[in-house]
Design a protein around this ligand. Structure first.
Ligand SMILES: Nc1ncnc2c1ncn2[C@@H]1O[C@H](COP(=O)(O)OP(=O)(O)OP(=O)(O)O)[C@@H](O)[C@H]1O
Ligand SMILES: [Mg+2]
Length: 441
């Protein structure tokens, strides 16, 4: 198979074109296909031509491949595509396309274009012209069936949704099935008896996950009500809910904050994230509490936050609900971010008193702490690779890293000058001004 990725357009874009052996054959099949079928496609025009598409380290929104009789590995394609990206396959052989389309129509993909064909443009007897058969499949799952990851907990999938006039894709977030959770826990704790694993998994799928998903839906509604409109499209909006007979949300549909906006500089990324956090905290009165890079996106509207599954309202008093109180105290002991804060406090990497005090607590400080850490490693989420320009040797990276240290380990531990997202934003603005001044010199 030859892959021709990502963008071959009638007016060739600046994007890279990777062609292996049989390059001429691939061009002969794919060039007319792209010109006739994809050139006017809104999604193709938007995503296949961005500078990100030319970055071999970045996940791709479009991968085109032409048949040379060799094997096509859906697994390899899956891992090169961004979530929601499309794989387009072309061949002279209709049966080969039909077979492969069937293979791709499961296991994490969904057929976007059923097998079809175009004919070569011939001046005469065009109905006898050779056919190019093709299909397109979209990556709709986050992981391959049977694959395990610590990155995600819920079953999250892209599904089509009938909007006002046309169909669009939305995100469906569902409580994982008991079987899948048992399999995951069994893999993680092979020594634990299966009965104990089942009991624990049942507690999660029956009670804990539905509780958190119900809360997430409620928090998303609060955000939409209280965030100023310029921020509202940078967090998900609830589109539909399914509830069980107890009233717990078991399935949540929300709009898709699609990665693939303009490539941001490291300072832009940091400033947009701090600005959004300040609005989430101060305008909506919401704590995120799980602000890992996996829960951030870079869309056409800029940096967005997703996964408000562990969030709380600033004014929420959990003491009135013993079950929730217990769940949150467990979460605040065991979450990745809390463990990180514990580790960094005990090792002396975090000394700021206002942060050390927040260990084990649900507080704005937890978001501020993690945000300040993320600035320095913006490349750690593979979905964002290519969307943030990060040069660890640059003056910008140096100054941002300095700021991060000042927030976490100020000269005077009682210094409270970087207590809020707003304080951090102010310092980032100063860095931006300095970088711009240096650039003008
Ligand atoms: N509305 C959305 N727009 C874009 N991407 C989304 C959206 N919701 C979820 N995702 C993608 O799906 C992934 C998993 O979703 P989410 O973070 O909500 O659940 P989770 O990671 O399983 O939950 P937890 O972080 O509690 O383990 C996200 O990291 C992101 O890549
Ligand atoms: Mg998540």
């Amino acid at each position: 198979m030859t892959t021709l990725a990502p963008a071959l357009s009638p007016a060739p874009a600046s994007s890279a074109v990777h062609v292996g052996r049989g390059n001429g054959q691939a061009h002969a099949l794919l060039t007319p296909l792209i010109q006739r079928i994809f050139a006017d496609d809104r999604e193709y025009r938007h995503y296949a031509h961005s500078p990100v598409a030319a970055d071999p380290a970045a996940l791709q929104d479009f991968i085109f491949a032409a048949d040379e009789g060799g094997a096509v590995d859906p697994d390899a394609i899956f891992h090169r595509l961004r979530w929601g990206g499309q794989f387009v396959f072309a061949s002279r052989h209709g049966r080969r396309v039909a077979q492969l389309a069937e293979e791709f129509d499961r296991d994490g993909f969904r057929l976007e274009r059923e097998p079809a064909f175009i004919r070569k443009a011939w001046p005469f007897l065009s109905f006898l012209a050779p056919r190019t058969h093709y299909f397109a499949a979209r990556k709709v799952h986050l992981i391959r069936p049977g694959e395990f990851t610590e990155r995600f907990t819920y079953h999250v999938e892209l599904v089509p949704h009938q909007a006002a006039e046309d169909e669009e894709f939305v995100v469906l977030k569902r409580v994982p099935s008991l079987e899948s959770l048992v399999a995951k826990l069994h893999k993680k704790f092979p020594e634990t008896p299966i009965e104990a694993i089942e009991k624990r998994a049942r507690k999660f799928t029956d009670k804990i996950f539905p509780t958190f998903l119900t809360r997430e839906a409620a928090i998303l509604k609060i955000l939409q009500e209280h965030l100023p409109s310029r921020y509202a499209h940078r967090v998900p909006r609830v589109i539909a809910l399914e509830k069980d007979i107890r009233g717990f949300v078991t399935c949540l549909k929300m709009n898709w904050l699609r990665n693939g906006g303009r490539r941001l500089s490291q300072i832009e990324f940091a400033m947009q994230a701090a600005d959004l956090l300040q609005a989430v905290h101060d305008s909506a009165g919401v704590l995120h509490l799980d602000l890992r890079l996996d829960n951030m996106v870079i869309t056409d509207q800029g940096v967005g936050f997703i996964d408000f599954g562990s969030s709380m309202r600033v004014t929420e008093n959990l003491a009135t609900n013993p079950m929730l109180d217990a769940l949150f105290s467990e979460l605040m002991r065991t979450s990745h971010i809390q463990r990180m804060l514990y580790h960094m406090t005990t090792s002396g990497q975090v000394t700021a008193q206002h942060l050390c005090d927040k260990q084990g607590k649900a507080d704005k400080g937890i978001d501020v702490f993690y945000l300040s850490l993320q600035f320095t490693t913006p490349h750690a989420n593979p979905d964002l690779a290519g969307l943030i320009h990060y040069d660890p040797q640059s003056e910008m990276a140096r100054q941002i890293s300095e700021l991060s240290k000042t927030v976490l380990r100020p000269g005077d531990p009682t210094d409270t000058s970087h207590k809020s997202a707003k304080d951090i934003l102010r310092s980032l603005e100063l860095i931006e001004r300095d970088i711009n001044r240096r650039a003008r010199r």
